[in-house]
Ligand binder design. Structure first.
Ligand SMILES: *[C@@H]1O[C@H](CO)[C@@H](O)[C@H](O)[C@H]1NC(C)=O
Ligand SMILES: *[C@@H]1O[C@H](CO)[C@@H](O)[C@H](O)[C@H]1NC(C)=O
Ligand SMILES: *[C@@H]1O[C@H](CO)[C@@H](O)[C@H](O)[C@H]1NC(C)=O
Ligand SMILES: *[C@@H]1O[C@H](CO)[C@@H](O)[C@H](O)[C@H]1NC(C)=O
Ligand SMILES: *[C@@H]1O[C@H](CO)[C@@H](O)[C@H](O)[C@H]1NC(C)=O
Length: 537
């Protein structure tokens, strides 16, 4: 027990839980499938001026190129080598992006796929993003190089090498996830190759890693790999700064029908069988010491609350966070949706809010960004043509907007600052962008002055720096509340922007005693109001 406590304390000191953002910025944005050249531009023209702390980029490692279906997004989760050329650009473009984003104080976090290589039926040849030769059947990846010695086949005890039972931790870590060739991370050689890849990125200037599929890797193997990582490049970070690490560990079973579908897509076979044994033995807490962990329950519960499913109400958010059984706040990476669950995939997919439900989505993003729990990640998506058959989207494999030859299209910016060509750019929506700024302004302030009507109208302060009021009931709201803010007139950053000494949206008068009156119709375009120290007129 004492040892455990000691280990926990040492874990806290490792600092791999700190996103290392500059200028006290608090949120990161996932620019899913963006090209490096576009991200570099976005850092300079938008993210830095609007207080975004960093970008999660899509996997930069060489991946398989799949032509049936046509260049799906998930091909990038099937590495062929650790060469840095991908659908998002070349190594030179990657380096240029990292440099330019760092120079304006925006960090880059890499989506690192280190559990596996491509699927067992990925074929043979040079259909890879840098054109490197590989042979999936023989487990031959000469440009790493990895050979059949470097995979877990002998350790896995199921007949077809697949994970069949999520109740068996040995299968989950040693067998293949939907046919993906499972690397033997217990081998010194494999650990060395993975660390070499991550260290190359650290030298280029990245601030940390989102580590894919951590549930499928032993915490001890990850401890070894993370232990080999260098400290961050001192051109942009203080000497001795450790990379930020946040690990993808889905909270409960992956959605079984999704796994079956993915297996079929990868192998054209339907033999995949998963035995659901109820309560899964692998816990997110096994990974807390190593870094932060994605809190998937946050995403599915927030969706239920804002949609008012299962009799959930906004007033129940009074105990939001650990009070809802979520992991400790200083271990959590949180999001309204991510690239998996916005497609209805991962556990609890149905309740997850996405840009498809934009009004409710903005309310959920507002709650996430106003509330102190966790490190927050904003999703930035692209549009795809959804096509439901029996509740399953047949097109959820679709990759980003692309040219006829499969290359990813640039992100054009319209005169009104929205994005074109089917790029959604939720991070540019005024309500979301302004709440990212709100979170920076109120950073470190406690949640106070909680108010609710026992239903779906709530309000709270962040110390004396910011205040948010939300009406998700089906009737109007007209209340006078204590904001704790200094007396003055404030610009509501949801309905508009402060511009010089004027405001393009609603104005809120805070009296000398800190109280203000809020009227929000349930039919308002966005039924919430947020004011903060920097929106004072
Ligand atoms: C960051 O926050 C700290 C503590 O609130 C403050 O002292 C410091 O000036 C801030 N730094 C920047 C760059 O805003
Ligand atoms: C850190 O980044 C700078 C600028 O790109 C580069 O010149 C330097 O070599 C990098 N440091 C290391 C240790 O790679
Ligand atoms: C799993 O996915 C299917 C179809 O994609 C969906 O109908 C079902 O609700 C999902 N189950 C869970 C628990 O999310
Ligand atoms: C793919 O098509 C785009 C747009 O037509 C073009 O700019 C690009 O050079 C092409 N790429 C290759 C590899 O042919
Ligand atoms: C408003 O809230 C603050 C902090 O909770 C408290 O100190 C103050 O007395 C309250 N003011 C009024 C008018 O209730």
């Amino acid at each position: 027990m004492k040892l455990l406590i000691l280990a926990a304390l040492v874990g806290l000191c490792l600092a791999q839980h700190n996103p290392n953002t500059k200028h006290n910025r608090t949120s990161i944005v996932h620019l899913f499938e963006w090209r490096w050249a576009d991200i570099a531009e976005e850092c300079e023209r938008y993210l830095a001026p609007n207080g975004y702390g960093g970008v999660q980029i899509s996997p930069p490692s060489e991946s398989i190129v799949v032509s049936n279906p046509w260049h799906p997004w998930w091909q990038r989760y099937q590495p062929i080598s650790y060469n840095l050329c991908s659908r998002s650009g070349t190594e030179e473009e990657l380096k240029d992006m990292i440099t330019r984003c760092n120079n304006v104080g925006v960090n880059i976090y890499v989506d690192a796929v280190i559990n596996h290589m491509c699927g067992a039926s990925g074929g043979e040849g040079t259909h890879s993003s840098c054109g490197s030769y590989f042979n999936a059947k023989n487990e031959d990846f000469p440009s790493v190089p990895y050979s059949s010695w470097d995979f877990n086949d002998d350790k896995c005890k199921t007949p077809n090498e697949e994970i069949e039972s999520y109740g068996d931790i040995f299968q989950v870590r040693d067998c293949r996830l939907v046919s993906l060739l499972d690397l033997a991370l217990e081998k010194d050689y494999v650990r060395g190759k993975v660390a070499e890849y991550l260290n190359k990125l650290i030298d280029l200037g990245v601030a940390g890693f989102r580590v894919d599929a951590c549930k499928h890797m032993w915490p001890g193997d990850l401890t070894n790999v993370y232990g080999r990582l260098k400290t961050l490049n001192t051109t942009w970070f203080s000497p001795g700064t450790k990379p930020f690490i946040y690990q993808e560990v889905s909270a409960s079973h992956q959605n079984q029908s999704y796994l079956k579908w993915l297996f079929k897509a990868l192998t054209q076979m339907t033999v995949f069988q998963v035995i659901d044994l109820g309560g899964e033995p692998i816990k997110a807490s096994e990974y807390f010491e190593l870094g932060r962990v994605t809190e998937f329950k946050y995403s599915t519960k927030l969706g239920k609350v804002v949609r008012k499913w299962d009799k959930e109400k906004l007033s129940y958010l009074k105990s939001w966070g650990e009070g809802w059984g979520f992991m400790p706040s200083d271990k959590a990476m949180v999001f309204v949706d991510n690239h998996d669950n916005q497609r209805g995939h991962a556990a609890g997919g149905a309740s997850v809010l996405t840009f498809w439900d934009s009004r409710l989505y903005k309310i959920a993003a507002g709650i996430m960004l106003a509330h102190p729990y966790g490190v927050t990640r904003v999703m930035s998506s692209y549009h795809w043509d959804r096509h439901f058959v029996n509740g399953k989207d047949q097109n959820d494999w679709m990759g980003p907007p692309s040219n006829a030859n499969g290359s990813t299209k640039p992100v054009p910016i319209n005169p009104d600052s929205t994005c074109g060509d089917k790029w959604i750019c939720e991070h540019r929506w005024r309500q979301i962008r302004n709440m990212v700024i709100f979170r920076n302004v109120v950073d470190g302030q406690p949640l106070s002055n909680w108010w609710d009507n026992g239903n779906n109208q709530i309000a709270f302060s962040r110390g004396s720096k910011g205040f948010i009021v939300i009406n998700n009931d089906d009737w109007a709201m007209d209340v006078t509340l204590n904001t704790s803010l200094p007396m003055g007139t404030y610009c509501d950053v949801i309905s508009g922007d402060k511009s010089g000494s004027s405001c393009t949206g609603k104005q809120v008068s805070v009296a000398a005693d800190g109280r203000a009156t809020f009227s929000i119709s349930n039919t308002d375009k966005d039924p919430f109001i947020a004011i903060h120290a920097d929106s004072k007129l």
